[in-house]
Design a protein around this ligand. Sequence first.
Ligand code: QVZ
Ligand code: ZN
Length: 329
Amino acid sequence: MCDGSSSWKESQLRNYDIPLKSVPKLSFDDPRVEQLISENKPVIITGSDLVYSASKWNLEYLEKHMESSTCTVIMSPNHIFKYFDEKAITPAMKNKFVPPTRKVSMKISDFSKRLNNWKSGEERLYLQQTLNNTVGPAIVQDFIKFRWDWITAIQKKMAWGPLTSNLLLIGMEGNVTPCHYDEQQNFFAQVKGWKRVILFSPEHYGCLYPHTVFHPHDRQSQVDFEKPDLNKFPRFEEVQGEEAIVGPGEVLYIPVYWWHHVESLLNGGYTVSINFWYKAGPTVDIIYPLQGHQKLAIMRNVEKMLIEALKDPEEVGSLFRAIVLGRYT
Ligand SMILES: CC1(C)c2ccccc2-c2ccc(C[C@@H](CC(=O)O)C(=O)C(=O)O)cc21
Ligand SMILES: [Zn+2]
């Protein structure tokens, strides 16, 4: 339903049994914005005009100006789009791991047609296309008009690494990207429609039970927010989230290593977002006590080192248990 509405309602949010605080929403010229970013804390930034030149990026405009290029579209049998790394599907894993989604290439006009003719029960679609010079001259013109001065000033001030990619995301209303963390700093710009982002600080690692580092779902939480298995994941009950509902023209800073669950609001029409992923800066001086994201990086390295040493992922669990149970408990 093409919805030109100018706001959202509670009934458009999915129900999870998770206590939520609100992420602060501040104007781009408020000094607290840079303060929060420097502390690796999420913040919704208004009035930045970061992607103002993309305000007109609805499907008919994109169809018209991206006609020639084919886009990557993720298809899912349900509303969940859980990311997985194809390269991590080893022969041993082959028969155990069932990919929850499939990736197809299609023209944006085909994507648009399927979206408009979609019927309940059919596969859902999620277009995610890296913005590069194959998207056509008009789109490139809009892209160069992003407020690169503003975001580059922040990148420099925070000593972040280079911009690695911009992803154009067009999702169906109700689509969900389940809880995961990324290893890059992220400026998440909302262009059309509303998205709800539920964030958890890296310290919640113990409550969100990420898949093992070599699993195709590495970095994704094992917990199904819609029906959490509290026998397998008892500490999920302790989790406390921060909620950001972002609309057109707003930018959400998603700090590196912060967990985030993202949903396109129910009955809100399709959503358009553009993310800006930057390599995180180097951890210059190690200050104790270590912060959550530093411990996360250490745990990842320990897991990787053990897998390299033992070769067999099954052995890793029993070795960790031998080290910890009755000794570090
Ligand atoms: C789920 C999907 C489509 C996907 C499938 C297969 C490979 C990669 C990805 C991928 C990567 C990023 C996003 C955007 C966003 C979540 C959101 O907006 O839904 C997010 O998490 C972020 O900006 O960090 C979404 C996806
Ligand atoms: Zn992400």
